[in-house]
Design a protein around this ligand. Structure first.
Ligand code: ASP
Length: 324
């Protein structure tokens, strides 16, 4: 039987609320041992151990938490004490933690994130089933080597493409154009895709020895947006991501402000739409900007920050956006 280790971090999956109701709850009310008691049949899937690594709502997740989580998984993987890992996590920033781990864990053992949209005390709470399915995927041989995965509402998603796309309903995640990697029905995962990008063991990013992550900010463009935000954010960061309109577009005053910022730090154009391709444009050469390809702004921020831990070269940073 496979050994699966659960790292619990908090979120709605650990929440208690008014009996039966979906709103007005408190995250972190149930520890991992208590959550597992509510997962019928889990003991038949794997030999399960768990630890409460954090107890927080995922909006409070920071770079320091990401570094600690990646290091803990790397340590356990190296010791060989687990065949796979499940991370329980709040849904609001789950895709960011998943992508950070996708780039920094140094193992081909499955690492599966899950959470829930409803507190554990709701009628039809979704946490127990999501956790059950996440354990089943982590324990399956097929999940090995696919990088960090997210299991949610019967879908298996790759960490690079997955996004929270609904802030209310239980089927809250998908990967839009990239599709899901598979389905899971109870204890049976069915994969029909493999991530195309490099990840985990095939990235140059290390967490050992890092105390903090290079600060990277995101500037959100909208019609008539004041460009004052660009120098303000650029002044306190080592990199800047623009959440541009459409394919990373912005107004003339913003283009001027971005050109100025890009003289000092790397600036990556992305799209606020959440899908599509932000490719190279002729003005990138003149403005000194990079292009974020298919990464949404929150994930481009993570890749740029990790990229800055290994290089300052704009060419090398751009290459990362083509590769990861
Ligand atoms: N408050 C929650 C969080 O920690 C939301 C959720 O988990 O669904 O992100």
């Amino acid at each position: 039987m496979k050994k699966i280790h659960i790292l619990a971090t908090g979120g709605t999956i650990s929440a208690r609320g008014p009996a039966g109701r979906t709103a007005g709850y408190q995250d972190g009310a149930f520890r991992i041992e208590q959550l597992l008691e509510g997962v019928e049949g889990a003991a038949a899937l794997a030999r399960i151990t768990g630890e409460q690594i954090f107890t927080l709502s995922s909006e409070d997740m920071t770079g320091a938490h990401w570094l600690a989580l990646a290091r803990r998984i790397n340590q356990l993987a190296e010791e060989g004490t687990a065949d796979g890992f499940v991370v329980t996590h709040g849904t609001n920033t789950l895709e960011e933690t998943a992508y950070f781990l996708h780039l920094t864990v140094k193992t081909d053992r499955p690492v599966v994130l899950t959470g829930s949209m409803r507190p554990a005390t709701a009628n039809s709470a979704d946490g127990a089933q999501n956790l059950y399915e996440a354990i089943a995927v982590a324990a399956s041989g097929e999940a090995r080597g696919k990088g960090v995965l997210v299991v949610f509402s019967d879908g298996i998603y790759g960490a690079r493409g997955v996004q929270k796309v609904n802030c209310f309903r239980p089927d809250a995640f998908n990967s839009r154009d990239f599709g899901c990697l598979g389905y899971v029905q109870d204890d049976l995962p069915v994969f029909f895709q493999t991530p195309a990008e490099d990840h985990t063991l095939r990235t140059p990013f290390q967490t050992e020895g890092l105390q903090t992550l290079p600060p990277v900010e995101i500037a959100y463009f909208y019609a008539d947006a004041d460009p004052c935000v660009v120098p303000l954010l650029a002044g306190r960061a080592r990199g800047l991501v623009i959440a541009g309109a459409g394919s990373g577009q912005m107004s003339s005053p913003w283009k001027d402000a971005v050109r100025e910022a890009a003289r000092r730090i790397p600036v990556v154009r992305c799209s606020r739409t959440g899908s599509g391709l932000v490719g190279r444009e002729s003005r990138d050469a003149e403005a000194g900007t990079l292009w974020g390809m298919t990464l949404p702004p929150v994930k481009a921020r993570i890749l740029l920050s990790l990229g800055l831990t290994v290089t300052d070269s704009r060419e090398a940073l751009q290459e990362f956006f083509q590769t990861y």
